[in-house]
Design a protein around this ligand. Structure first.
Ligand code: ADP
Length: 526
């Protein structure tokens, strides 16, 4: 036989009497099979970790700690690993008795002593073939895992890269708004661009959030919250009642106070996603019912619709990323198939569960979310939501603002917008220039992109803070495509006062600058 043996084809031999091991090794070596005698179970486990095709054990070696050590080393290798064992027994021992001793290590061939040479060789070769298959499965799983990881990283990067162009488009839209439309046609085109941009922003947000959930990068900001309040917030924020009406649907909402421990922003995301889907997948004339109830020790949200329904085969799949039911894709208003995976990821992060039910196509669907109830604590009224800066309006005008941004469109559209609001604007297109300009201009506010070539935004902020000390009341605002908690923490440590994720909402920015203006005036007055 002229086979190429690898370390993963080695046959380990562990028998308490050295004579058996020496004999078996002699036989295997005679047939050109690679054989390693092991003095004890620990040595055998080490060899298994290094790579092994099969193990030969004498029945006397099958003591409880040996079986446990073997079980543990195979468990560590993963579900693909089920090392073939060849066990030499005494004539008096039954196969059932040996198998009971081995427990879950049931991939065993039992050979009665005295073992015939041809029987041992054929058992060893069969075992090696089976083990090679296991290693092939291991390699396949590794390759798949690697491809999966690369895909997740790519999606996270894609989402981030898409934010820059979106930020520029959004700024330009605001500039057009401020300049004023020239006629009905202008206005209509502008509305189309705005609607579609909003749609794009939502998709990019979903893409980034799903990536963060799968990469384990979402950290919940938990507090005691009332689901009833979150539903109300969600309906109000998105104008869901009128959205449903515009789709010819009736929306019924039945809620009661249900207190859970959760992140209000993420819970709102879950509920909004489910309601938006119900609207999307229900034809005109349909009915939607959203209920929030305390059921036993659980808080339950049910979103029921009379829409297109889901087939039994699709039900288990719709929570997987990128799944879309073929028929619903044709009628849907678009989407990436990321809403439900995000819902599931966020619900599970809260220790809850989500399930979908449907009696089939045309029969409507129901999505049920269950969270553990928070007992004995009332939510802090209204504190559930991050406060937004007070509206500053015209009071913001007249600030000196430095914009440090390497994306040309993003930089210039932001300058136009800020100038329209009445601010004096200076621009820098990289970190070094940003620091120089800041020292030369001494602005009231610096809006600094984090992902700059050469010197990143955090370093720019640090250098500016170090140069100005505490005397100059400069407000540093970070603008970034990376909205993860770690990035935010780093930016705040670097000396930023605020942290905005792109595409920055111009209304929010305007209010923020309004507050800065007021603070500066108060400081000057005192
Ligand atoms: P998207 O809506 O972007 O396609 P989702 O992850 O939100 O992605 O939903 C995945 C799929 O599940 C949808 O494409 C649709 O086929 C199905 N689905 C979701 N919600 C409903 C619903 N309320 N009724 C019927 N089908 C639904």
């Amino acid at each position: 036989m002229s086979e190429e043996w690898s370390v993963e084809d080695r046959i380990l031999v562990f028998t308490p009497t050295g004579r058996d091991a020496a004999l078996a090794c002699q036989l295997l070596a005679g047939a050109d099979l690679p054989c390693i005698p092991c003095p004890d179970e620990m040595a055998m486990c080490r060899e298994i970790e290094a790579g092994a095709g099969a193990a030969i054990l004498a029945e006397e070696a099958l003591l409880p700690w040996t079986v446990n050590a073997l079980r543990e080393v195979l468990r560590r290798q993963g579900p693909w690993s089920d090392l073939p064992l060849i066990v030499f027994t005494r004539a008096s021992e039954t196969n059932e008795g040996i198998l009971a001793t081995l427990g879950p290590l049931s991939n065993a061939t039992i050979l009665e002593r005295p073992v015939r040479m041809s029987t041992l060789l054929s058992a060893a070769k069969t075992a090696l073939r089976a083990r090679r298959r296991q290693y092939e499965v291991r390699d396949l799983l590794r390759r798949q895992g690697e491809a999966d990881r690369r895909k997740d990283e790519f999606l996270a990067m894609l989402g981030h890269e898409l934010r820059n162009p979106l930020a520029a488009i959004r700024n330009s839209l605001w500039v057009l708004d401020e300049v004023g439309a020239r006629g009905d046609q202008d206005l209509r085109q502008r509305e189309v661009i705005e609607r579609q941009t909003r749609h794009l922003v939502r998709m990019v947000d979903d893409l980034l959030d799903v990536s963060r959930v799968t990469l384990g990068k979402i950290i919940l900001k938990r507090q005691t919250v009332d689901l009833e309040e979150i539903v109300a917030r969600c309906l109000h924020e998105l104008g869901l009642a009128s959205l449903a009406a515009s789709h010819g649907l009736t929306l019924r909402v039945e809620t009661e106070p249900v207190v859970v421990d959760g992140d209000p922003v993420r819970l709102e995301q879950v509920i909004c996603n489910l309601v938006q889907n119900a609207i999307k997948y229900t034809p005109r004339g349909g009915r939607l019912t959203l209920t929030v109830r305390a059921e036993g020790n659980q808080g339950t949200i049910r979103m029921r619709d009379t829409g297109v329904g889901i087939t039994a085969e699709m039900l288990p799949q719709i929570f997987e990323p990128f799944t879309q039911v073929e028929s619903s894709r044709i009628r849907s208003e678009g989407g990436l198939g990321l809403g439900l995976p995000l819902v599931r990821g966020l619900v599970e992060l809260h220790g809850g569960r989500v399930e979908a039910q449907s009696d089939g196509p045309g029969q409507g669907s129901e999505f049920i979310v269950r969270f553990p109830l928070r007992l004995g604590k009332k939510p802090a009224r209204r504190s559930a939501f991050p406060s937004s800066p007070a509206i500053g309006g015209g009071e913001a005008a007249g600030l000196s603002i430095l914009v440090v941004e390497d994306n040309m469109d993003g930089r210039e559209s932001l300058r136009d917008l800020l100038e329209i609001w009445g601010h004096k604007v200076d621009l820098a297109e990289n970190g070094h220039e940003g620091v120089e300009q800041a020292l030369a201009v001494r602005p009231d506010v610096a809006l600094i992109d984090i992902g700059l070539p050469g010197m990143d935004g955090n370093e720019v902020a640090q250098r500016i803070r170090a140069a100005f000390g505490t005397n100059h009341p400069l407000v540093l605002i970070a603008m970034t495509g990376y909205g993860q908690p770690d990035d935010r923490r780093r930016a705040l440590q670097a000396g930023f006062d605020s942290y905005l994720v792109k595409p920055v909402d111009p209304a929010y920015l305007s209010r923020l600058l309004g507050e800065v203006g007021q603070q500066l005036r108060r400081r000057v007055a005192s």
